[in-house]
Each structure stands twice: as structure tokens, then as C-alpha cells.
Design a protein around this ligand. Sequence first.
Ligand code: SF4
Length: 162
Amino acid sequence: MPPGTGWPEDPAAADTPVARTAAAVRRLARPADLDALEAAVSVCRACPRLVDWREEVAATKRAAFADQPYWGRPIPGWGAADPSILVVGLAPAAHGGNRTGRVFTGDSSGDWLFASLHRVGLAARSTSEHAGDGQALHGVRMVATVRCAPPANKPTPQERDT
Ligand code: SF4
């Protein structure tokens, strides 16, 4: 999904700067405020293997989701800007976050996580289905260490470091 084309909660615009190397990731991250940082994250292309994989999955899709658009980009952090709880995942799922555009959303790990958060008052709804569904977090932020879905759910050490 190209940035700035109407995807709900898309933090980026068509002119958001794109990192293509680890050095560029560091340069773009250093002075950014949180919104600018997450916008830059969401268009990053610094890991060639992950860029190829996330976009291939988004184009070929799983049969069950063949009628849905896929996000196919890095998954930005999401939730409170100044949280008391940070939920950290390894990386988004190919047909979960890579499809829905929201971390922990669209696969079974997110189903129990959001239901649990809702039971204790930390999430507005018991389910998280897709960006723009009205879900919101209270005092919680979610991030993935590696922001792009990796093949076989296994990022390389270099991708993790980048
Ligand atoms: S994993 Fe992180 S550094 Fe690598 S392309 Fe995705 S957003 Fe960029």
C-alpha cells in the first residue's frame, strides 16, 4: 500500500523520507519526534530480503484473504505515546500485521492479547481486526523489534540490528 493513499491510520505521506541502509535508519531516527519516527518506520526499505518478502506476500496473499488489500509495509509502533506498559513482539506475521497494518492484529496472538487488555481496561475493544476499526489502547504501546514480516518468522541478526 503506497503511503498517503488512504489506508486508515497510515502515519506516512507520499513525501515521507525512506531509509535504504542501516546508516539512513539511524540518521532518520535521531531527530524525529514519535509521529515522524513512526512515519519513517512505515516506509523503511533498509532490509532488502524483508522488503522483498513483505511485498511478495502482499501481492500473492493467502487464499482466505484474497479479497483483502494487504499493507505490505513495515509495521509502526501503535498505542499511547507515553505508555506505562510496552508490549514488544519479535516481528509481524506475514498474513497478520503485514496484512492489516497494525501490530499484533490479524492473527491468533493478537486475539488473546487484545481480549486480555480489554478485560483489564487497557484496550477499548476486545478485538483488533484492522487499522481504523475503532480499537484504542490506554497507557499501552505495542512495537515489534523487527518491523517487517520475515520469511519463516526468522529475521537474521543483521536484520534485527538494522
Ligand atoms: S525490519 Fe526495520 S530496518 Fe529492516 S526494512 Fe523493516 S523497518 Fe526497515
